[in-house]
Design a binder for this molecule. Structure first.
Ligand code: CTP
Length: 406
């Protein structure tokens, strides 16, 4: 999001308070954020709040600034790479659909020919009203992106569809718009899930990976326009559409599948939880219980990512480091040893991070030493961030080439 100019239009709904966090998150992700509000919106949140969060003056009045009144809306429209309207009231949708420009916000929209994302929030009946649905259809047909409202308790005391989605979802949608098409023509290999190391025909050594992080990364890469190969170990999840899905079990199988594709891809994101060891001699028949103890001899599995680090030419390589202590130190060691462009590190013991949960708390450590520490966010949102960094590397051709020791 760095350097992106985002103009947020806040219209008069109770959900306006949630947009303070949206502005804050977008600003923290490196975007330049400006806010314009309708007069009604200022009844819910003070312009000063947005001003403090964004570090930019907030625009409300069309004619407030006598010196600039005739260019205010043009200036805002020129500034924006994207306009986000959140919350978008039924009244706003009606005006935008019909080109009514009776305040600064609607006038700016009319003067803008870039990307617009609208997040409607209102009472369920107002949302479902054919007039509102018709207006949404008109806006969609013009290329305006509409974020579906969430369902749940509404401020008006009823329950149903009409809630503003959570700030993190809104931010993920913004990021997705910027990334659309940025990976077209690129081929991305993603690994996911945990490997399964056979003990005998019915038992195995596995791990707690659900595959969710990798599946979301693959989905984000598809949405960014890439040709995607998803090589997955054990996972109960439904694979995303529009990609090549390869199911594997053991680490040695995953290695073979990855190596087969490696030469033809532009980037590899290894989010699979690959077992470090496998059973040396898996039994051909089911092991029957007899003695009080049973010893399994394990041998080391190949480190797939390290091997790719040695083989890589121009591919971007991304690894994961699931740690329980000394996170940055251990992750940095893996970054160097495996010759990666960046590594996504997380403390798998932290609440809301790691295996089997829909959220993660991660840091990205870049080859050059830069560290990005992210707050707790959904795996969907983290996947968008990972893909946007891969895009930047592929676009800027800033890839790290093998060091002397590789
Ligand atoms: N990885 C791999 N092959 C392995 C083990 C790990 O390709 N045999 C990849 C993982 O997909 C991940 C990264 O390497 O992207 C880090 O994996 P991790 O298991 O955390 O690190 P290890 O190097 O195995 O170190 P340790 O288990 O000692 O922490």
């Amino acid at each position: 999001m760095r350097g992106k100019n985002i103009l947020i239009g806040v219209t008069g709904g109770i959900a306006a308070y949630k947009v303070v966090e949206v502005a804050s998150r977008l600003k923290k992700s490196g975007a330049n954020v400006k806010v314009m509000m309708t007069r009604n919106a200022t009844e819910f949140v003070s312009p000063r709040t947005f001003q403090e969060i964004t570090n930019n003056a907030v625009s409300v009045e069309m004619f407030g600034d006598a010196a600039n009144f005739h260019v205010a809306h043009i200036g805002l429209a020129k500034f924006a790479d994207l306009i986000l309207i959140a919350p978008a009231t039924a009244n706003f949708l009606a005006k935008a659909a019909h080109g009514i420009a009776d305040d600064l916000l609607t006038t700016t929209i009319l003067a803008f020919d870039g990307k617009i994302l609208v997040a409607p929030a209102m009472n369920t009946k107002m949302f479902e009203n054919p007039a509102t649905q018709e207006n949404l259809k008109i806006l969609r047909a013009r290329g305006v992106k509409i974020l579906e409202p969430a369902s749940g308790e509404l401020a008006c005391g009823t329950s149903g569809k009409g809630r503003l989605p959570e700030p993190e979802e809104i931010c993920a949608a913004v990021e997705k718009i910027f990334s659309a098409g940025r990976l077209s023509g690129k081929k991305i290999l993603v690994t996911a899930g945990g490997t399964v190391e056979a003990i005998d025909p019915v038992r195995y050594i596995g791990n707690r990976s659900s595959g969710r992080m990798g599946f979301e990364i693959a989905r984000a890469a598809v949405e960014a326009g890439a040709e995607v190969i998803l090589i997955s170990g054990k996972s109960e999840l439904e694979p995303p559409n529009n990609l090549k899905f390869v199911k594997v079990e053991a680490a040695v199988e995953m290695r073979a599948a990855v190596l087969k594709e490696f030469d033809s891809v532009d980037a590899v994101i290894m989010s699979a939880a690959v077992a470090d060891y496998r059973v040396k001699n898996p039994a051909a028949q089911k092991i029957k219980k007899s003695a009080e103890t049973l010893t399994l001899e394990l041998v080391k599995n190949p480190d797939i990512l390290k091997e790719l680090g040695g083989l890589k030419k121009s591919q971007v390589l991304v690894g994961f480091a699931a740690e329980t202590q000394n996170i940055l130190e251990y992750a940095n060691k893996k970054l160097v040893e495996k010759n990666l462009d960046f590594i996504v590190a997380n403390d798998v013991t932290a609440a809301g991070a790691g295996f089997g949960v829909p959220t993660n708390i991660a840091s990205i450590i870049h080859r050059g030493g830069e560290v990005e520490n992210f707050p707790k966010m959904s795996k969907v949102e983290l996947a968008e961030k990972i893909i946007s960094r891969v895009e930047n590397l592929l676009a800027a051709d800033k890839k790290f080439f093998p060091a002397e020791n590789f």
